[in-house]
Design a protein around this ligand. Sequence first.
Ligand code: GCU
Length: 352
Amino acid sequence: MLQEELERRGIPKIGLPMQEPEREARREEIRQILRREFYGFAPEFPLTDESEIVRTEENSFGGKGTTYEIEVRVRSPFAYTSFPATLTVPKGMEKPPVFLCYTFTPTIADGLGEEILDNGYAVASLYYEGIAPDKDDQFANGAGRFCRRNPYDSWGKIAIWAWAGSRLLDFLLRSGLCDEKRVAVVGHSRLGKTALFAGAMDERFSLVISNDSGAGGAALLRGKTGEKIENLAMKGSRFWFCGNMEKYVKKEEELPFDAHFLAGLVAPRHLYVASASEDDWADPKAEFLCCVAAGEAYESYGVNGLAAPDRFPEPGEAFLDGRIGYHLRKGTHYMGREDWKQFFVYRRMHDV
Ligand code: GCU
């Protein structure tokens, strides 16, 4: 039934060969397509990582954690940028697995941070507007200034925020403070798009969690209801993408990819997509179908993508067995306690 639904919507195949080096060549081609046509290219010149811990708080979260305030500093031969981040490690844990969490606020909320620590994870928080403001500023501020702009394929804000996540990851991996093999990247909504793009492009993330990310995130664009490319192209969000994105307004069927190409780049690593049943703007069906379609990428590695019955999920259902996890929370657009609970269960189940 679901495969027929994909066909009905005209969803293209990813086309990943089963063997190397052909498979990697196709993956590279997909990365190029996604950057050129939708998200934009990040700087490709050599970078120096000058990030540092600028302050340490020994007893954060009521004594449960140690918090390191990090100044992420990146230098290129042509430019320099810096932005703040934090890492909180649970007391008494050596090299814990981490959630790299994109946040809408400068610090992680107390309750959420505590919950993450109590579950045995460190949390690195990255405030997205500390990287580059979420407004059409002609890329004049923060990391937006870091590489030259063109109106076609240079980075939009999602690619900028994602790039910044990779620069924080550079620091985390060399800090010796966390488990280098188990770093998850997570975000909600526009930051769910960002987390998915970051995790698709950077294979050092072991798990990618995209919550209610909708159009430009985990939702298939062909046949999508709610937000469409024409909405993404409006003034409040067009700068999240590169200029070429606007070619596809009302022309979804001409896209040389769909959201499962992005999701499929996470293969064979773990991917988790979360939807909310009343999130019509994001379109939970389109997010679920993306997980189904991305299964093709996992199969090319001989592993299982989504393990789910051949029908749309009911509100409250979760499918946690495959390399692609999925749940449909009852309720509206939000990343809350119930979502996090499933992320913890999934991570523990898959030790990722
Ligand atoms: C708007 C936008 C969405 C986005 C959301 C958010 O609704 O249209 O694409 O995901 O904001 O980030 O909250």
